[in-house]
Design a protein around this ligand. Structure first.
Ligand SMILES: [Zn+2]
Length: 416
């Protein structure tokens, strides 16, 4: 039930002021109470009280010496206490679980990568996630009280209300309760979300977000997904499924079936998996190619990585397969650009590791297919956080809660 009492209004305004001031402190390297008051328009007594609360009990701000005096006493400067507040970020991939322990500035203190062993099912995989979180916390010898929570990036559809992974074809999971499974061994708050949306959030806080407030992050790996950032906010959609770019149908007459059950989805035509299968089919038709040697004549092992390597050496079959995939992908991205008018499209995932071959193919399609002006102004670039993209995004899931003072989702700071 909603609380409409005057006390509830007061608490709400108080929290809004805290969030506002915390954002100002984080955005500036250091700032005096007087300047916070000028920037926010809040009264000096309010600023003094709120800054006091952010210093203790929250532990999210600290005093750091004195600034230049402007007549009278030099002002005490305040800054965001990023170093004392740590987060575990987990990139739960189908081949590897990659975990980082990072401070709130995105500075990585330690990292671990272990095989996922997806065949062990949800229970086995989540037990391995536990191993990673425990090792990160123990091996780095930091005070456990400084760790605010665990963020996690998972491939699949996430029901944010019910806090479950509804469906993940990559893992073969349906309705998996991640938090329940992990909470037996771990009392840290856990927040998880779809991997590509998490990557977009990571880019927003630690990557291209420093420059762009409107961008799309596209992940082209085993599957294809996107995270959409509009005016500095990640788009979720009515049920939290926004950004399923891989399941936009780009060939209505296609006979290639997607993992989702439809035919002609972008993911079925241009993902890493699709590139591998398309090359295998071309080879099965008897065409000569260096891919045969690369896979030691074991056609089913031909991967997108091999196709990219062969294409870079001018192999005709590989060039054709890769080019066709880029044609579909570039066409899809041109559609995103026309629809959303982003400042940038940031692309990550295994297939994008092909570098120039990949990006030149995409840019060519965009030039061809985007309506004139805004297409020319959009920047197409690789994810700035590289292989850490999803793990740092997972860290920013907790940062996001901290900045909005949703402290129920994060532990209070150990200094309290
Ligand atoms: Zn699909």
């Amino acid at each position: 039930m909603r609380d409409d009492s005057p006390n509830a209004d007061c608490a709400y305004v108080r929290r809004l002021n805290q969030v506002k001031i915390l954002h100002v402190i984080r955005e500036r390297k250091s700032v005096s109470r007087a300047d916070i008051s000028k920037i926010t328009g809040l009264s000096p007594p309010t600023v003094t009280r709120v800054v006091g609360e952010l210093i203790k009990p929250h532990g999210l701000a600290i005093e750091v010496g004195e600034g230049q005096p402007q007549g009278g006493r030099p002002p005490v400067l305040i800054r965001f206490n990023a170093e004392q507040n740590l987060v575990i970020g987990i990139d739960l991939g189908t081949t590897h679980i990659y975990g980082v322990l990072s401070d709130l500035n995105g500075k990585v203190i330690s990292e671990i990568r272990i095989p996922t062993e997806v065949q062990t099912g949800a229970t086995g995989v989540l037990r391995r996630v536990e191993i990673v979180t425990k090792r990160l916390a123990e091996d780095s010898c930091v005070d456990a009280k400084r760790i605010l929570g665990i963020g996690m990036a998972v491939a699949g559809l996430i029901d944010r209300d019910r806090k479950i992974v509804t469906f993940s074809p990559d893992f073969g999971w349906k309705n998996v309760e991640i938090r329940c499974a992990l909470s037996h061994s771990c009392d840290l708050p856990i927040i998880f979300d779809n991997v590509t949306r998490v990557m977009a959030l990571g880019e927003l806080h630690y990557g291209v977000g420093k420059k762009f407030r409107n961008f799309v992050c596209v992940n082209v790996g085993h599957g294809i997904g996107s995270g959409i950032v509009i005016d500095g906010q990640v788009l979720y959609g009515a049920e939290g499924f926004a950004g399923e770019f891989g399941h936009v149908i780009l060939d209505k007459d296609s006979t290639i079936r997607c993992m989702c059950g439809n035919y002609g989805c972008l993911e079925a035509l241009a993902s890493g998996r699709a590139i591998g299968v398309s090359a295998q089919n071309a080879l099965a038709g008897g065409r000569p190619s260096m891919l045969r040697e690369m896979c030691h004549n074991s056609l089913t092992t031909v991967s997108a990585e091999m196709v990219a390597a062969a294409a870079q050496q001018g192999d005709a079959v590989a060039c054709e397969v890769f080019r066709q995939a880029m044609e579909y992908l570039g066409t899809g991205i041109a559609g995103l650009i026309s629809l959303l008018n982003p400042q940038a499209v940031v692309i990550g995932g295994g297939v994008s590791q092909a570098g120039d071959l990949f990006f030149a193919g995409i840019r060519e399609q965009i030039e061809k297919r985007v309506m004139n002006k805004h297409g020319r102004r959009v920047t197409i670039l690789p994810v700035t956080l590289g292989v850490r993209s999803a793990a740092m995004g997972a860290v920013s899931l907790i940062l996001n809660e901290v900045l909005n003072l949703n402290m129920a989702n994060c532990k209070a700071h150990g200094a309290s």
